[in-house]
Design a protein. Structure first.
Length: 193
């Protein structure tokens, strides 16, 4: 172990027989690296020491894949909602103190209500209402706690219920559909449209 300040970091990767943090150690010795740089090097050394620990998590690939796709689909819908807000009033999202998905949903609903009927107001208000509802769904998914089902498989649990692969696939489809509706609104009501 190498002691740098109060940090203990592995000085040698015995499997490869190489010094993982040799350059950082040398730079520190010769005064060419700041404490922050040493701490970054220490973090990288710790990360190298725990390589592949993610594979120890008790979860099936298909389950993790469904979860990841749902999260990714929501992120796409959220960014389309942000783009809609910015299209209606540039700088509106930057002005938010707290840029949570809920705040984005509220901003989108509020700004959508300011549009004249000829600018696709109803279409955007419906998509904004769906996005608002999906914020709660996304929160229930992301704030679920890990556990195991009766068969011993890793699952996410929320309020006594477990998220199944099918449920995550359904919400991923709903998130995607909402994001596509918001993108379509942007295409129809964007610059030059």
């Amino acid at each position: 172990m190498l002691l740098i300040g109060s940090l203990m970091i592995p000085a040698r990767d015995d499997r490869a027989g190489k010094w993982e943090n040799g350059a950082a150690r040398q730079a520190f010795r010769h005064g060419r690296q700041s404490r922050a740089g040493i701490e970054t090097a220490a973090a990288h050394a710790r990360a190298a020491a725990v390589k592949n620990d993610r594979l120890k998590i008790l979860v099936e690939h298909a389950y993790a894949s469904a979860l990841g796709l749902a999260v990714y689909a929501f992120a796409g819908a959220e960014w389309n909602a942000i783009r809609c807000c910015e299209r209606i009033r540039p700088g509106s999202v930057d002005a938010l103190m707290d840029r949570t998905a809920g705040r984005v949903a509220d901003t989108l609903a509020s700004l959508g209500g300011t549009l004249p009927d000829t600018a696709g107001r109803n279409e955007l208000e419906e998509a904004a209402a769906d996005f608002r509802a999906y914020v709660s769904t996304r929160n229930n998914l992301l704030h679920a706690k890990p556990g195991v089902d009766a068969e011993g498989r890793g699952r996410l649990l929320r309020d006594g219920d477990q998220w199944t692969i099918g449920e995550m696939e359904r919400v991923a489809d709903a998130f995607s559909a909402c994001g596509l509706r918001l993108a379509a609104w942007l295409d129809r009501h964007g610059p030059g449209a």
